[in-house]
Design a binder for this molecule. Structure first.
Ligand code: ADP
Length: 493
């Protein structure tokens, strides 16, 4: 009995131990199951996250694609409108480009006309004609509100303004748009205005990037308008200038013709007066000579002296009349110039030869400095000699004793330049401009003593110009003068 009790107890103990062991295993299994469950849950979470991220990525990709095509469209539009300088063309180009690529179906561009006190539409996209007719007056009914939007200078949109705001609603309603952006057009030159871009329905959301896009486009329109206005102004100014130049040219031509006519009349007058003077002068000189020679009886010494004075003055007058006649003849083109191949060096030497006695008498040194291989000139020898004699004559007259006169001749670029310089009394600056005018003489002590006509330099200038040359003078009082003239080189045939 005891034995069977003991064995029962042992069996019970063994079973209890077995049960405990099992319980322990079950607990462990439970923990493992829990851990697995948790892992599965975590994996589920991660899977969901991956799906969410994928959706998010897809959306971002779509947005990026939209932005890209918007930016691309904007770049295309900007390039197109920057190529035109005509105001009306700017809006036509936007109309004809695929504006919808910017992500908007509707657009308007209004510019303010101060003259008409109204906003004038320049561009309409995405509206039926009957809608366009309705929208125009609606905008102008609220022109003050739109003007203040423009003057505010900032882009205004469905997202930048609290939804359901009265202005927002009004704009949406006026333009029949779900969402919209209004950006001011502000050219520095010309009319300001605004650009409207709208979407068909409210669901097509607009973003900050869209606002930026439309702002850039409006700025580009403003810039293009400014360029067009500047171009128009420049073009108009140029037209006016051309008109003025034409008018001036006409005026100048007729003034020139008038001057020519007067000049011709003057030359004709001088020429006929000189002719008229020459005949009686010849008689006066003739009679004076007869009287001096005593052909009409011996005259007292005092009478002879007076007659000689008459003779001298008559000579001066003849000289003057001849110069005047020559000037008139060259001026009118009546003086025939015998243009021939001339050796300038020979002309200079023959002229200095003539003047050498006067120089020696006055103790003035006369130097020539002529380029060795100076080319030939096409000139009338007699006339060119007159130029040298006149210039050298003046140089001797206005150079005190122990002075120096230099004739220098050089050729450069098919032009020969001759300089006749002296170390004489020179001239004040105010005299230089009038020097080549007829009868002009500087008021100086030498001129007060020595007679002159003031015709020599005028004659010289006419001769040089008849040879297609130029003449000018440089001088300083007390330092001397340099008369320079040019002659064209004789071109090889
Ligand atoms: P004229 O010698 O008969 O007075 P010109 O026409 O030859 O007339 O010269 C005009 C004036 O120019 C002269 O009166 C003189 O005052 C000035 N002039 C000309 N050549 C010289 C010179 N080499 N030096 C100073 N003055 C000169």
């Amino acid at each position: 009995m005891l034995l069977s009790l003991i064995s029962l107890l042992l069996v019970i103990a063994a079973m209890s131990a077995f049960i405990m062991f099992k319980i322990e295993r079950i607990k462990k299994l439970q923990t493992t199951v829990d851990r697995l469950k948790k892992s599965v849950e975590e994996m589920d979470e991660q899977a969901k996250l991956i799906v969410r991220t994928d959706i998010e990525l897809n959306r971002t990709q779509e947005e990026l694609d939209k932005k890209f095509s918007g930016l691309f469209a904007l770049q295309r539009l900007s390039r197109e409108i920057s190529t035109t300088l005509v105001e009306s063309q700017i809006f036509k180009l936007i109309e004809s480009a695929s504006f919808e690529d910017l992500g908007f179906e509707k657009a308007w561009a209004f510019l303010w006309s101060a003259k008409e006190n109204a906003f004038i539409p320049y561009l309409t996209i995405g509206y039926a004609p009957e809608d366009i007719e309705k929208i125009k007056p609606l905008v102008n009914a609220e022109k003050d509100a739109y003007l203040s939007l423009v003057n505010n200078g900032k882009t205004f949109s469905s997202i930048s303004y609290p939804l359901n705001g009265p202005l927002h609603e009004k704009i949406s309603h006026t333009f029949k748009a779900g969402n919209f952006i209004i950006s001011p057009i502000l050219p520095k030159e010309g009319n300001k205005g605004f650009f409207f871009a709208g979407t068909e329905n409210v669901d097509s959301a607009i973003t900050d990037a869209d606002e930026k896009l439309i702002t850039i486009l409006s700025n580009q329109i403003g810039q293009a308008l400014e360029n067009a206005r500047l171009f128009e102004n420049t073009w108009r100014a140029q037209q006016e200038l051309e008109k003025k130049v034409e008018e001036r040219t006409r005026e100048l031509t007729s003034a020139f013709e008038e001057v020519n006519k007067i000049n011709k009349r003057k030359s004709d007058f001088i020429s006929s007066v000189s002719h008229e003077l020459r005949t009686p002068l010849t008689s006066i000189k003739g009679y004076a000579a007869i009287l001096i020679e005593g052909k009409l009886g011996e005259l007292p010494q005092a009478a002879k002296e007076r007659l000689e004075k008459i003779n001298r003055h008559s000579d001066e007058l003849v000289h003057m009349v001849n110069d005047l006649l020559d000037i008139a003849r060259i001026e009118s083109g009546r003086q025939v110039m015998n243009m021939e191949h001339q050796d300038l060096k020979a002309i200079i030497f023959s002229s200095t030869d003539i003047m050498s006695i006067q120089c020696r008498n006055k103790n003035v040194e006369l130097v020539t400095d002529v380029q060795e291989d100076i080319p030939a000139v096409l000139a009338d020898r007699t006339q060119l000699e007159r130029v040298f004699i006149n210039l050298l004559g003046n140089a001797v007259k206005f150079t005190p004793e122990k002075g120096k006169i230099t004739i220098r001749a050089r050729s450069k670029d098919n032009i020969i330049q001759v300089d006749v310089s002296d170390t004489g009394i020179g001239m004040p600056p105010e005299a230089l401009g009038k020097l080549f005018e007829e009868f002009y003489r500087v008021d100086n002590p030498i001129n007060q003593q020595v007679k002159g006509t003031g015709l020599g330099l005028s004659l010289v200038k006419h001769i040089i110009e008849a040879h297609k040359g130029k003449i000018w003078v440089e001088s300083k009082p007390g330092k001397g003068s340099t008369f320079s003239f040019t002659l064209p080189v004789l071109e090889e045939a």
